[in-house]
Design a protein around this ligand. Sequence first.
Ligand SMILES: CC(C)(COP(=O)(O)OP(=O)(O)OC[C@H]1O[C@@H](n2cnc3c(N)ncnc32)[C@H](O)[C@@H]1OP(=O)(O)O)[C@@H](O)C(=O)NCCC(=O)NCCS
Length: 152
Amino acid sequence: MHFERAGEKDCDNLAALARSAHSHPWSSIQYHDSLRAGHHCWILRPPEPSVQKHGQILACCVVSRLFDEAEILDVAVAPGCRNLGVGARLLQHIFAQFPEHVARVLLEVRASNRPARALYHKLGFTEDGRRKNYYPKPDGSREDALLMSLVL
Ligand SMILES: CC(C)(COP(=O)(O)OP(=O)(O)OC[C@H]1O[C@@H](n2cnc3c(N)ncnc32)[C@H](O)[C@@H]1OP(=O)(O)O)[C@@H](O)C(=O)NCCC(=O)NCCS
């Protein structure tokens, strides 16, 4: 699997991937803003250029870094590519790129998101806390965020 850094031209396709993956997806503008803020966005494209549909993106992860900590802001794998190890390999690739001084990775995840929680546990993350009623749900109610971290 070849992961690469996304650029501003990828933002519309990142938003398309987000719409297929999240109940409250980032817009193209939010991906633009994130890249302009200096966050790194890693992506996986289809393997053969011949099967790519207008810059289609199969997986992405947005990460911010501040001093010795990194925070995962967004992770998505296209529905047809899930449970194939893509999410795990994408995150492992990103962690391997971190400079030596990055000591800890943080993230927030919906309490109901079992696949994501299982992925993070598999990679060694632990649950450190909970923000009550943090995320909006499609039905108008709210759900807790779990705070997770990984010591590298
Ligand atoms: C969460 C997500 C990124 C996982 O990506 P993925 O490529 O399917 O994950 P992988 O195939 O690498 O799976 C790695 C591990 O995660 C766990 N996992 C993944 N999908 C799972 C599922 N549906 N149910 C239970 N565990 C699951 C398993 O432990 C798996 O390891 P295993 O295959 O050895 O059992 C993907 O489901 C997704 O994009 N979901 C929608 C967006 C989202 O929720 N993003 C996270 C926001 S915090």
